[in-house]
Design a protein around this ligand. Structure first.
Ligand code: G3I
Length: 336
């Protein structure tokens, strides 16, 4: 109820002030946000910003395994569909996230037992049911998410332990189910982790050599004000050299990465954050046009960020909209 009243008040403020010009008009690639369907329906301010500011929508959680496939014989697309309807009603592109991940895996999958063939059938069925359900609605999919550790080794997960070559197979299965979707491998934290970066480049080479359909790389870009510029640029350049489509898929720039309870979002931190956002946008803008899938922010305003909720960092301000859904000064810097 509190959220509802807050949302209505802030929503009214936004309508009366007007907001143009927009980032989405300034850059000639999609500007997206991941969203939460509960906030879309309960919070007018959230909904207004999502509608007016973004041209691409990702489900922050509601297309993941645990949410769409809670039981072995039951899919639940209700919340994912809500997001699709919202995006379609407002003429947004939809990006699918994510078909295979080691997090937010339903209990029944984690406890699944069977031989290799049974595991393959189970994962193939999951990928293809979901990809077919959203066929023609999503432009692309994060097919496989976060498969490598920092040292470049394959992350030990239920998938890597039970299905040999699961990454290649997942791409193949996704492609069979939705041949027109742009298929991404999505990962985080490649900056300053050359072995992880190399593992991803090796994966791309290997898949391409075997004619496995991979079309894009998602660079999540959960970075912070101390992330090193040269390392970020290096990761972006190396990724672009693959020739694949590049998506900055989950952008946020943390200002209080150590969760200092006394943290104040002071001018120095704001300036450092602004410079980092500028660097990210500039680097993206410099990519060849045909490789630009877009930049997606990981949720809408600071108060909706996973860094506050999931990481319990109340004094974190990683996005372009503040707690009242007002554009921060960084926004106008990015317009220029
Ligand atoms: O919906 C339930 C709610 O019913 C329950 O009361 C509450 C109690 O904990 O949990 C709620 O679910 C939470 C869910 O977010 C929705 O808010 C989960 O606990 C929480 O674990 C989950 O966190 C998500 C996280 O992925 C899971 O690892 C974050 O929202 C989401 O932003 C985050 O997104 C990931 C990307 O998918 C992949 N890249 C990294 C990124 C950040 O971790």
């Amino acid at each position: 109820m509190k959220t509802l009243i807050f949302g209505i008040l802030v929503g009214l403020t936004h309508i009366s002030y007007g907001q143009a010009p927009y980032l989405k008009d300034r850059y000639n690639f999609p500007i997206g946000a991941s969203i939460n369907p509960r906030l879309v329906s309960e919070n007018n301010a959230y909904r207004n910003v999502a509608i007016t500011e973004f041209t691409s929508i990702t489900a922050e959680n509601h297309m993941k395994m645990m949410l769409v496939h809670p039981e072995a014989n039951r899919f639940d697309f209700s919340k994912g569909d809500e997001i699709v309807t919202f995006a379609k009603d407002h003429k947004k592109r939809i990006h699918g996230h994510t078909l295979v991940w080691h997090n937010q895996v339903p209990k029944w999958m984690n406890e699944f037992s069977g031989d290799t063939q049974a595991w393959e059938n189970m994962l193939k069925n999951h990928i293809q049911e979901v990809a077919r359900h959203y066929k023609g609605q999503v432009a692309g999919w994060d097919v496989v998410n976060e498969s490598f550790l920092d040292d470049g080794s394959l992350r030990p997960t239920v998938w890597s332990k039970n299905i040999p070559d699961y990454i290649a197979k997942s791409f193949q299965w996704a492609h069979e189910a939705d041949p027109n979707a742009i298929l991404f491998y999505n990962d985080y934290g490649q900056d300053g982790k050359p072995k992880k970066m190399q593992a991803i480049l090796n994966l791309v080479k290997d898949l391409q050599a075997r004619n496995i359909p991979i079309h894009g790389l998602g660079l999540q870009m959960h970075i912070n004000i101390n992330s090193k510029n040269d390392e970020l640029v290096n990761v972006i350049n190396q990724s672009a050299k693959t020739g694949l489509t590049i998506h900055f898929s989950e952008l946020d720039i943390a200002v209080n990465p150590k969760n200092d309870s006394m943290f104040v979002y002071h001018e120095t931190a704001k300036k450092a954050q602004q410079e980092k956002f500028e660097l990210v946008f500039k680097a993206y803008q410099e990519l060849p046009k045909h490789q630009q899938y877009g930049i997606t922010f990981w949720n809408v305003s600071d108060r909706d960020s996973w860094l506050r909720g999931y990481f319990k960092r109340p004094k974190e301000y990683p996005l372009l909209f503040d707690d009242t859904y007002t554009r921060k000064p960084i926004y106008s810097k990015l317009l220029n």
